[in-house]
Design a protein around this ligand. Structure first.
Ligand code: TPP
Ligand code: DXP
Ligand code: MG
Length: 625
C-alpha cells in the first residue's frame, strides 16, 4: 500500500513521521502526472506547489483554518490530501471533481476560485468574520506571482494591512504567469534576501522591551532602528508598506524549511506575507522545461511529454484570429494588440513576434487592459484586446465607461465564447452577449465559421467605434479561408436556407447545427424551415428578421449564451417594438443555471444545443397547433 493510500485527511498527514513526507511528495507528483496525462489539466502549477501544500496541511488545521488558493489551478495536491484521492482520476470530467477548489465539493475548499487575484480579498473577509465571531482560526491565502499582477490583490492587501488582520499570504513565486511573468513587480520580487531572522528579531526584541517596561520612547526608537535595519535587507518593502510583515524568500521545495517557517509564524497574529520560491512543473522534466505548454495541458504521453490533444492547433478560431490580425496589421499600422497575460491562449504570440512594439501584455489586469486600449484608441490607434469571454467580465465597467460612452474604436476579440469544456462554469463564456449587447455604440458579432471570423475582424477594425467579435474555444470546420478580406455590411444577416414552416435564426456556432437540424426535420418530418446566419447581435438585421416574422409566423433563435439578455431576447425586443408579439418564438440557449465541466460536445448536448436537441425542440415547437 502506498503512503498516499493511508491519507484520507490532513489529520492522517500530520500523523506521518517527517521522514515519510518526501515519499508523500513523490507519490502526489506521480498521481498528478498520471491523471493529467489522461484528462489534461493544470499540471505545471500543481507540481510546483506539492511541498508547499504538504507543509500547509501539516502545519494548519483545515477546514477550521481556512486555506484559500488564488485561481486554484494549482490545488491538485490539496484535493488529493483532503479526501479526494480516490475521485482524483475523475478530475475535470463530466460529473467528476472540478479542476478548481469548489465549496460544494469539500469543506477543505474554503473558497471557490478560477479567476485570478481574489484570494487576499476573500481571506480578509474570512479574517474579519472570524474576529467578529471572536474565533482564533488561521486564514491563509496562497497567491502566485502572476496573480499578484492583478490589481485586486492590492485592494485586498491594502485593506488587510489597514485592518491589521491576523492573516497569512503565501506568495508562490515561480517567475511565471502562463507565459513569462510581466510587469515591474516580477522584477522587484526577484531581489533576494532573507528577512525571517529580521522578523523574529523584531518580534523578540519588542517582547523583550515590553517585558522590561522601558516605556514608549525606547520602543519607538527600537522600531525605527528595526525599520531601517530591515530596509537594508528585504525586497519586501512594498508589502511592508501595506502593513504586512515580509518573510522570505524561502525555498518552496525545502519541506523542513517550509515547516519550520510556517510553524514559527503560527503564533503571531498580524498580517504576514511569506515569499516562497518554487519551480513551475517541478518533478516532471517536460513541464519544468516548458512550463507554459504544461500550464494548462491536454492529454499527453508521460514518457515523452508529447501532447496528444492540444487546444485546437492551426485550424482553431484562436489561431485564425491571430493570423488574420497579423495580416491586417501589415496593411494598417494603427493596429495594436493587447493581452492580459494570455498571449498564447489568445493567439497573439505570432503578432508579438512580428510586431513587438505594437504588442502589449498587461499581466492579469483586464480592467487596466481595457482602459489602456481606450487610451490607445483616443490617440488615433486601432487597439484589439484579445481576451477570454469570462475574463472580460472583470472589465465590464471599463467597456462601458472608457470605451462605449466615449465611442472609441476598440475591438474586443472575445475568445472562449460559449462552453469551454473541462474548466467548467468559472470559464464558460456564457454571458458576453448579455453583458455587451445593451451598451450603446457597441457592435456585436459572431461568425458562423473561421472564414467569417476573418471578415468580422476586418469589419470591426473598419467600423471606427467599439466592436466585439465572439468565437469559441477549439477548431473551426476546416472551411477554405478567403485570402481577400473585406468588411461585411454591418447589421446584415445571411439567409442560408428557404422554408415556409418557420425560421431558425442561428448565431455563430449554432449556424451549422441549425442547418443540419433543418435538413433532418425536412427528411424525417417534411418540415420546410428557413435558416438564417444572424451574424450581428447588434445591430440586428431588422428588415430581414421582421420580414420573415411576418411571412413565416414562427421563429426559433439559437445561441451559445445565457438566454437571459442574449440574442433571443434581442429578437423578442425587436418583435415587441414592431407590434409582432403575436409571433410565436422559441429561444434555444443556456438555461438559468451554471453549466458544469465536461467535453464541449457533452455540454452542448446537455443543454439541447446539439443537432439532436435542436431537432427535438424545433419539431415539438413547429408541431404545436
Ligand atoms: C481574471 C483572470 N484572468 C486570467 C486568468 C487566466 N490565468 C489562469 S492562471 C494564470 C497565470 C497565473 O500565474 P500565477 O498566479 O503566477 O500562478 P502559476 O500558474 O505560476 O502557479 C492566468 C493568467 C484567470 N484565471 N483569471
Ligand atoms: C487557469 C486558467 O484560467 C487558464 O489556465 C485557463 O484554464 C486556460 O484556458 P484554455 O485552456 O482554454 O486556454
Ligand atoms: Mg507564477
Amino acid at each position: 500500500m502506498s503512503i498516499l493510500e493511508t491519507i484520507n485527511s490532513p489529520d492522517d498527514l500530520k500523523k506521518l513521521p517527517l521522514s515519510q513526507l518526501p515519499a508523500v511528495a513523490a507519490e502526489l507528483r506521480t498521481m498528478i502526472i498520471e491523471t493529467c496525462a489522461k484528462n489534461g489539466g493544470h499540471l505545471a502549477p500543481s507540481l510546483g506547489v506539492v511541498e508547499l501544500t504538504i507543509a500547509l496541511h501539516r502545519t494548519f488545521n483545515s477546514p477550521a483554518d481556512k486555506i484559500i488558493w488564488d485561481v486554484g489551478h494549482q490545488a491538485y495536491a490539496h484535493k488529493i490530501l483532503t479526501g479526494r484521492r480516490e475521485r482524483f482520476p475523475t478530475l475535470r470530467t463530466l460529473n467528476g471533481i472540478t479542476g478548481f477548489p469548489k465549496r460544494a465539493e469539500s469543506p477543505h475548499d474554503a473558497f471557490g476560485v478560477g479567476h485570478s487575484s481574489t484570494s487576499i480579498s476573500a481571506a480578509t473577509g474570512y479574517a474579519a468574520a472570524r474576529d467578529l465571531d471572536e474565533r482564533r482560526n488561521k486564514v491563509i491565502a496562497v497567491i502566485g506571482d502572476g496573480s499578484m499582477t492583478g490589481g485586486m490583490a492590492y485592494e485586498g492587501m491594502n485593506n488587510a494591512g489597514a485592518l491589521a488582520k491576523d492573516l497569512i499570504v503565501v506568495l508562490n513565486d515561480n517567475e511565471m504567469s502562463i507565459a513569462e511573468n510581466v510587469g515591474a513587480l516580477s522584477t522587484f520580487l526577484s531581489r533576494t534576501s532573507s528577512s525571517e531572522f529580521v522578523y523574529r528579531f523584531k518580534k523578540n526584541t519588542e517582547a523583550f522591551l515590553k517585558r522590561m517596561d522601558v516605556g514608549k520612547g525606547v520602543l519607538h526608537v527600537a522600531r525605527k532602528l528595526e525599520e531601517s535595519f530591515k530596509g537594508l535587507f528585504t525586497p519586501g518593502m512594498m508589502f511592508e508598506a501595506f502593513g504586512f510583515n515580509y518573510i522570505g524568500p524561502i525555498d518552496g521545495h525545502d519541506l523542513p524549511k517550509l515547516l519550520e517557517t510556517l510553524e514559527g509564524i503560527k503564533k503571531f497574529h498580524d498580517p504576514i506575507l511569506i515569499h516562497v520560491l518554487t519551480k513551475k512543473g517541478k518533478g516532471y522534466k517536460p513541464a519544468e522545461d516548458n512550463p507554459s505548454l504544461f500550464h494548462g495541458v491536454g492529454p499527453f504521453e508521460i514518457e515523452t511529454g508529447k501532447v496528444l490533444k492540444g487546444k485546437g492547433g492551426a485550424a482553431s478560431y484562436t489561431a485564425i484570429f491571430g493570423n488574420t490580425l497579423c495580416k491586417l496589421a501589415a496593411e494598417d499600422e494603427r493596429i495594436v494588440a493587447i493581452t492580459a497575460a494570455m498571449p498564447d491562449g489568445t493567439g497573439l504570440s505570432g503578432f508579438a513576434k512580428e510586431y513587438p512594439e505594437r504588442f502589449f501584455d498587461m499581466g492579469i489586469a483586464e480592467q487596466h487592459g481595457v482602459a489602456f486600449a481606450a487610451g490607445l484608441a483616443a490617440s488615433g490607434l486601432r487597439p484589439v484586446f484579445a481576451v477570454y469571454s469570462t475574463f472580460l467580465q472583470r472589465a465590464y465597467d471599463l467597456v462601458f465607461h472608457d470605451v462605449c460612452l466615449q465611442n472609441l474604436p476598440v475591438t474586443f476579440a472575445v475568445d472562449r465564447a460559449g462552453v469551454v469544456g473541462s474548466d467548467g462554469p468559472t470559464h464558460h463564456g456564457a454571458f458576453d452577449l448579455s453583458y455587451l449587447r445593451h451598451l450603446p455604440n457597441m457592435t456585436l458579432m459572431a461568425p458562423k465559421d473561421e472564414n467569417e471570423l476573418q471578415h468580422m475582424l476586418t469589419t470591426a477594425l473598419d467600423l471606427g467605434g467599439p466592436a466585439a467579435v465572439r468565437y469559441p474555444r477549439g477548431n473551426g470546420y476546416g472551411v477554405p479561408l478567403d485570402q481577400t478580406l473585406a468588411p461585411l455590411p454591418v447589421g446584415r444577416a445571411e439567409l442560408l436556407r428557404e422554408g415556409d414552416d418557420g425560421v431558425l435564426l442561428a448565431l455563430g456556432t449554432m449556424v451549422y447545427p441549425a442547418l443540419e437540424a433543418a435538413g433532418q426535420l425536412e427528411k424525417e418530418h417534411g418540415m420546410a424551415l428557413a435558416v438564417v446566419n444572424a451574424r450581428f447581435v447588434k445591430p440586428l438585421d431588422e428588415t430581414l428578421i421582421l420580414g420573415l416574422a411576418r411571412t413565416h409566423g414562427r421563429i426559433v433563435t439559437l445561441e451559445e449564451n445565457a438566454l437571459q439578455g442574449g440574442f433571443g431576447t434581442a429578437i423578442l425586443e425587436l418583435l415587441e417594438q414592431h407590434g409582432l408579439t403575436g409571433v410565436p418564438v422559441l429561444r434555444l440557449g443556456y438555461p438559468d443555471h451554471y453549466i458544469p465541466q465536461g467535453e464541449q460536445h457533452e455540454l452542448r448536448a446537455m443543454v439541447g444545443l446539439d443537432c439532436a436537441g435542436i431537432v427535438a425542440s424545433v419539431h415539438a415547437f413547429i408541431s404545436r397547433p
